[in-house]
Write a new protein. Structure first.
Length: 256
């Protein structure tokens, strides 16, 4: 069964341009009521416990994906996590962190993706570049992933663009997930073929980019007539999750 799924995924990812994006958006089915039904809150990590929980589920996810070795402390912490230009976003049910994703704004130490892509040309046109990465969902919630991944990712994207003010957002992912960013989030690939990403020991990584001042227009053009469960424009512009989002704050200014 696993081989059949891999074969199907390989065929799907190589469908002709125009067919795959249509199918990706056609089969998109976001559980927009999960946060309400489960009492889940989305916020920026603030406490030591929230950070530790986020880093723990990230390490577990990377170990399961075989892109990270086991560590004695059981936490995935990189040099970027120590910088004030990094923001960790989380979803919590009660006191438990169940999903996390991070945003890193480019500073003197660059971005993790600098290790496998050249951003020189992008920097000429960009005032501020951010990278969104380090997504992880706890095992018990992965079956309900769409109801967590999309609200958390859109929360991170809105904070990155509206508060931090990044005009370009980059993401790096395994090539098996490229259709999510290209077909659904409407990111453009930076590289045409998978490359080795040393930061996560991934030999089949892809990098994608979004020019944020164009994104809302692109979302509206692509999704305006779609059903609410398939409508990213409505989900980001008129979010049904606003009551479950904590108010944004500018972590960069606070930490400075």
């Amino acid at each position: 069964m696993r081989r059949i799924r891999r074969l199907f995924k390989r065929i799907y990812l190589n469908l002709p341009f125009g067919i795959r994006p249509y199918l990706s958006r056609y089969f998109l089915d976001i559980d927009i009521h999960l946060l309400k039904h489960e009492g889940i809150k989305i916020k920026i990590a603030e406490t030591t416990d929230e950070f530790k929980q986020a880093f723990r589920i990230l390490q577990e996810a990377y170990e399961n994906a075989k892109i990270s070795k086991h560590t004695s402390i059981g936490l995935r912490i990189t040099k970027y996590n120590l910088l004030p230009t990094t923001t960790v976003y989380i979803a919590k049910k009660g006191s438990k962190v169940i999903v996390t994703i991070s945003q890193i704004t480019e500073g003197q130490r660059g971005l993790p993706t600098n290790k496998f892509i050249d951003l020189t040309d992008i920097r000429k046109d960009a005032k501020r570049i951010s990278e969104i990465s380090a997504l992880a969902i706890t095992k018990e919630w992965r079956s309900k992933g769409s109801g967590l991944f999309f609200p958390l990712t859109l929360y991170a994207y809105k904070h990155t663009t509206e508060v931090i003010g990044s005009d370009y957002v980059i993401t790096a992912t395994n090539c098996r997930a490229r259709h999510i960013y290209e077909d659904i989030f409407l990111f453009s690939p930076i590289i045409s073929e998978p490359s080795y990403y040393a930061e996560v020991n991934d030999p089949n990584a892809m990098a994608h980019i979004s020019k944020t001042n164009l994104k809302y227009d692109q979302f509206e053009k692509t999704y305006s007539n779609k059903h609410p469960k398939k409508n990213l424009y409505r989900l980001i512009a008129k979010s049904p999750w606003k009551d479950f989002y904590s108010k944004f704050f500018n972590q960069h200014q606070i930490l400075r």
